[in-house]
Design a protein around this ligand. Sequence first.
Ligand code: COA
Ligand code: AMP
Length: 639
Amino acid sequence: MDARTSRYHDVYARWQRDPQGFWGEAARDIDWIEPPKQVFDPNAGVYGRWFTGGVCNTCWNAVDRHVLRGRGEQAAIIYDSPLAGQKRTISYHRLQVETQVLAAILRNLGVEKGDRVVLYMPMVPEAVIAMLACARIGAVHSVVFGGFAANELATRIDDAKPKLILSASCGLEVGRIVKYKPLLDEAIALARHKPDACLILQRPQQEAALVPGRDHDWAKLRDEAIVFARSVYDCVPVAATDPLYILYTSGTTGRPKGVVRDNGGHMVALKWSMQNLYGVEPGEVYWAASDVGWVVGHSYIVYAPLLHGCTSILFEGKPVGTPDAGAFWRVIAEHGCIAMFTAPTAFRAIKKEDPQGKLLAQYDLSKFRTLFLAGERADPDTVQWAEKLLRVPVIDHWWQTETGWAIAGNPVGLGQLPVKYGSASVAMPGYQIDIVDDARKPVAANKIGSIVIKLPLPPACLPTLWQQDERFKESYLAEFPGYYKTADAGFKDEDGYIHVMSRTDDIINVAGHRLSTGGMEEVLAAHKDVAECAVIGVVDELKGEVPCGFIVLKAGVNRPVAEIEQECIALVREKIGPVAAFKLAIAVARLPKTRSGKILRGTMKKIADGEAWTMPATIDDPAILGEIGAALKGRGLGA
Ligand code: COA
Ligand code: AMP
């Protein structure tokens, strides 16, 4: 681990000198039906487009080409589900057959190139097959995380306007079965847009009733299609700039943003990252313990490992409780996993249950080389605990749904740089990261400011928001002209290491899941007895942050306050979903505001977290902060 022996600085400098040459070279690792005419066209799209004129197919590159080149018998996916009590290995050849069959089914159900297909699926192989089948026929998939409620699903259906929805009868959580089908039915009832059809995977744990004329049984159609599919649907040529998928992520309001990912640039950057950032060779076993509903799942459970010819583990379980805090070690040992990627919260959960890491002794982790963490700030305690226990490098890296791959990281494949605790390390090639102040001027090393990325963004980053170029420009490009705004604040040290400290908007990070407090406020404000409200993220030992909602009741409401608080909690779960982890609503008499009426959420958060705070000069009534402090204290929060 020496900065001088790593190739990182040379490679980054090579990219800086000649970005097009750099990415043009990386693009040679992809099979093109027609090679791109230009590596980057600055005049296309909102800020330019990558690999214009190129024609390709993502499913071909992720599946078929490996079969053609001798990996047919290698495991592509290892499905390991302690929740279902099931394990299944799917070879590249089997994956090819299954994507062909499903592609044929999709086409028979009327799905054409460019049509959208929504997936509301648990962590089962069919979810991966469905993503790849869409890619195969040029349809645009949009996966919605299973922990979101019907209302959130409906919002996404209305935005993506899918021709078809793929779902399952249920998902599995520790100790309970989550019935997906009633949520899907409710979402379709709520949505203005109605899909033509739904394909439902019946899981043995809980079968669902199908709606005649709309719903189809997945297994039945598969059995019928398997006979004729093989010869019918080959990979459909798509433009490199055509959308591969839309992934909705929390915006600063309840309205989610449809992050668009293209085909060509996405493949190029993800393939590059596997070797150079993660240090993984084709044929090796790689595991991202996330969910296909999140960007980490899209990029590093599905696309990147498969593009690279690796074996990817699909784990339907939790770090603890399935059955114990040794689950991760069991999976790594059993499948010969060499690198793992998860969120720090998962390791905090393990540390809490098994602080000495005693369960590790039962397993042989000799093949395991590196642990990667992302999704939230990796706290030094957790990183050091994992390092000590696993005796491998623990690498924090920073990225966003929007970018699709790491903005900053420690490139193990190029030669690991020294680790600095609390930092996500250095900018990846493709990203020029600057720290600027409110006047858009660069700040000195070690000074906190807004983290911005110089345009153009590298391949795989979002070219725009789904059918909302203007919203894309307003949200990301307007505030710092010539730059993409990450909405993260932090600093760069004298060695160029990036330290990401907090968001500059209302997004909070709960157990590595990105949520909008504004979205939760919209739900609370809709409660009939709530006059106004504020939601903040408070520090949580396990989940990093959890939401805490303050509600002010309408005058004349005289029902028991505790009852209304419980209703608010239930309402957020019902409207946003269990993933919001909204478990604390506190009724207060008034909210602290500035004289111009702005709620002082930042100060409330400091009080809740027990941090030092100063009285804002613009506060309207200083006494209110005392009331907030007392209310928090009543719930065991704050100093
Ligand atoms: N479908 C339905 N419900 C889901 C769900 C899904 N796919 N995923 C989570 N939920 C539910 C959970 O059951 C829980 O419900 P509860 O309030 O009834 O307990 C709720 O949503 C909150 O989930 P979560 O925040 O994940 O908490 P948890 O207690 O179930 O698990 C961790 C905590 C830390 C173990 C878990 O979040 C984890 O493993 N995180 C690390 C990996 C990861 O997800 N990373 C994401 C980005 S890399
Ligand atoms: P998501 O879009 O869900 O991946 O969430 C992206 C946000 O998570 C970022 O904007 C950061 O606020 C946070 N984040 C992700 N990875 C890290 C990291 N390694 N360090 C600090 N924050 C991170």
